[in-house]
Design a binder for this molecule. Structure first.
Ligand SMILES: C[S@@+](CC[C@H](N)C(=O)[O-])C[C@H]1O[C@@H](n2cnc3c(N)ncnc32)[C@H](O)[C@@H]1O
Length: 201
């Protein structure tokens, strides 16, 4: 019997435009850690279309098994077993990776968790390797759309620790962790794809 698959319409809407960017950003053979994999729809789409990558899904201990139905149905040779990973853990205890992808996580995590994510990413990547972070972001304290502002209000009603993050704050914690913002790509539906690269000589 096949388990009922969790489903995200947002993933279906954005997976192709994200894939087109990742194809360039992660063009060589690499192991990519995905933080906050969720349903696994992104993992399946990216691993299937970028067979030179090894995709390492992960999610919070309370959620990391959510992707199992999508991953087992896809049965792709280049997707590893999902890891239980809370970004706040002091030692991530993950295999060697050479890139990181995360979608729609920074506004769900509390701010200390976002800081922990940047610290952990930096600790686990080498110089010049990339961290791709997708989602909605603010600029100089301003929302980029009315719908993002409504979304932020909705998030904070659920949990005041959640909310759309500001680019100035992200750049500051990036700089604290040797992560330099290399690109900020406009994506559909008022989202962005931020590419951070580990600073190195
Ligand atoms: C809105 S969902 C996004 C899921 C998927 N990436 C997507 O785009 O549909 C946010 C994800 O962040 C994960 N998350 C929240 N806090 C986390 C933490 N402290 N460590 C790791 N993952 C976390 C949740 O478990 C959830 O899978």
């Amino acid at each position: 019997m096949t388990a009922r698959k969790p489903y995200s319409q947002a993933c279906e809407n954005n997976k192709q435009v994200i894939l087109e960017k990742l194809a360039t950003l992660f063009s060589g053979p690499k192991t990519i850690l995905e933080i906050g994999t969720g349903t696994g729809q992104h993992a399946v789409h990216f691993a299937r279309n970028l067979p030179h990558l090894t995709w390492q899904p992960s999610d919070h201990p309370s959620n990391y098994q959510l992707s199992e139905p999508w991953l087992s149905e896809a049965n792709l040779p280049n997707i590893s077993e999902p890891l239980s990973l809370n970004v706040s853990a002091s030692d991530w205890q993950i295999p060697t990776i050479s890139g990181v992808f995360s979608a729609n996580t920074a506004h769900i995590m509390s701010w200390p968790e976002v800081e922990a994510m940047f610290q952990g990413v930096s600790a686990n990547l080498q110089a010049h390797e990339a961290f791709c972070l997708y989602g909605p972001f603010n600029y100089s304290g301003l929302f980029t759309s009315a719908s993002n502002e409504q979304f932020d209000t909705h998030l904070k009603q659920q949990n005041p620790a959640m909310g759309i993050r500001d680019m100035d704050d992200l750049k500051r914690i990036g700089s604290d962790n040797k992560l330099v913002l290399e690109s900020d790509f406009e994506m559909p539906a008022n989202n962005r794809l931020l590419v951070w690269r580990v600073h190195g000589t």
